[in-house]
Write a protein that binds this ligand. Sequence first.
Ligand SMILES: Cc1ncc(COP(=O)(O)O)c(C=O)c1O
Length: 426
Amino acid sequence: MKRRHTSGDREFNPETLALGFAYEPELSQQAVKPPVFLTSTFQFGSALEGKRFFELAYGLREQEVGERRGLIYSRLNNPNLQIFEERMAAWDRTEMGATFSTGMAAISTCMLGLLKPGDVVLTTSPVYGGTHYLFSHVLPVYGIEVRFVDAGDDAPGAMRAAAEAAGRERVRVLFVETPANPNLVHSDVAAISALGRELTAERDGESSRPVVTLVDNTLLGPVFQRPAVAGADIVLYSATKFLGGHSDLVAGVATGPESLMRPIRDLRTILGTITTPFNGWLLLRSLETVSVRMRRQAKSARKLARILEEHPKVTRVLHPSLLEEGTAQRALFERQCTGDGSLLCFEVEGGEAAAFEVLDRFEVFRLAVSLGGTESLVEHPMSMTHADVPPAELEALGVSSGMIRVSVGLEHMSDLRRDLKHALGG
Ligand SMILES: Cc1ncc(COP(=O)(O)O)c(C=O)c1O
């Protein structure tokens, strides 16, 4: 398959591309799988070649037609990461990917690459706790203002109002986490991206700094949601989750148009936020099965969500499969997503103490943060993943002290069902 996306006039599906695209066996002794390139540095064929590689890497001259960017040093590029990035860009239908040491490194490097002091970020809320911390405590130190709007049906309108209030010309980034972690509320990527393009169109003379829409696609992507197809500019992931899929690595990835991703990759080189060759190899291995894993995990999650809904001790269950017909959220979900994923939340009466009692009784589900791995995990968002977000803010977003978040893995359904009922006390 080599470097081709297509066969004749037919595009290969991403599941197929994940098994061969962007790898050239003749460069690796005809090995069917890419070997792990555990090397920090690469040998140049000649001094002139080394000079020319650096000229391109540092943007000192334009790339000539047919000229390839050479391998230099693993803080800039590495075959394992390059292959993964090309496959992710193909999956997201974007031009270029960049792999990072963590999901937070992906988000923070993108933000630092796009923003300047005085700029405004508009973001949906809630977002993952680490992202919330970056937005609330780190970006403001550099003179960047972040305004939060509630995720959901009104998010595009609320972002428009926030842009008016902040000054439309100051807005530089629209950030969307959808569905939101942990309340699983969906926000309309197409409508928010359209707002970004509208704001960009107003900037005369400033066209080199467009308004950029970034979507954190960790919870449903890349299998069930493709934000770039809906109009988003940059698609972000904590690759620690479904992409890695086995809870044995931390990594992040972002994909987007080359005009935005190239400077972000250059900043990654200087900040040193790239991940390791071995992580790149693990991610390539995992990308081959991500579609199978996510579909099977989602199927189990759907069944568990229904069991929870009928359990007398459970006061509320959140999972896309339970979105009511006829609601705006259901319509948006059907428009934007092709599957409902394996993250779900449920609430028990009695606040933190009752939730902790349930959490401590699980045997098959492991009590740990993170999600998207092959093993099922449970955690308490208010005191764990979202501990930085003020409890009142979480309560207002429907995340109560009695709420438990579940990431459904690949264990046998009957064991998961039994363990869930046991944890809830029968
Ligand atoms: C939605 C979302 N985005 C980003 C992150 C951060 O990713 P990482 O832990 O790989 O830095 C997480 C982590 O839980 C997450 O859930």
